[in-house]
Design a binder for this molecule. Structure first.
Ligand code: NI
Length: 169
């Protein structure tokens, strides 16, 4: 099933998501649906709140289906180490048609659970690090605009409000 993507303005995006405690078939199905929904929206990462589900689940595929081994499922993820700094243009499926430069650590290690509940750690750099941070932020109710300067963030929010008023959001 392909879920519609929830956009900025929906409170589910700014609320910390709930810890997953049950690792069953329903969870596996939801994860499959999240990959399908992410690809359908041309994304490389998707967090459950972005389909209106406030649970700590995220999927990532920075190769966009090229490499099946690149598929990452993160349940209850936590960033346990980060280093370096890297600035790059970043977007979000929930904030369509906007992109901004965001400075983030260049290498991070995440600790998470897989679909069976097994704990694992994954270290990634550059685009993978950015995706791990961006999606973990989502599960903490945080959007990438929170990493921008107040000036840039307010400008972005103003432009979005204008689109909302025009019925174009
Ligand atoms: Ni996002």
């Amino acid at each position: 099933m392909i879920y519609p993507i929830v956009k900025y303005g929906n409170p589910v995006l700014e609320k910390p998501a709930e810890t997953v405690t049950v690792f069953d078939e329903e969870l596996q199905k939801l994860i499959n649906d999240m990959f399908e929904s992410m690809w359908a929206a041309q994304g490389v990462g998707l967090a459950a709140p972005q389909i209106g589900i406030g649970r700590r689940i995220a999927v990532i595929d920075v190769t966009f289906k090229e490499d099946p081994k690149a598929k990452l499922v993160l349940i209850n993820p936590e960033i346990i180490h980060s280093e370096g700094r890297h600035t790059q243009s970043e977007g979000c499926l929930s904030i369509p048609d906007f992109r901004e430069n965001v400075t983030r650590p260049n290498q991070v290690t995440v600790r998470a659970q897989d679909v069976h509940g097994r704990v694992f750690e994954k270290t990634g750099d550059e685009l993978v690090a950015r995706a791990l941070l961006h999606e973990t932020d989502h599960l903490n109710g945080k959007l990438y605009m929170s990493h921008l300067s107040a000036l840039k963030r307010d400008l972005m929010k103003r432009r979005i409000r204008k689109l909302m008023k025009a019925g174009e959001w």
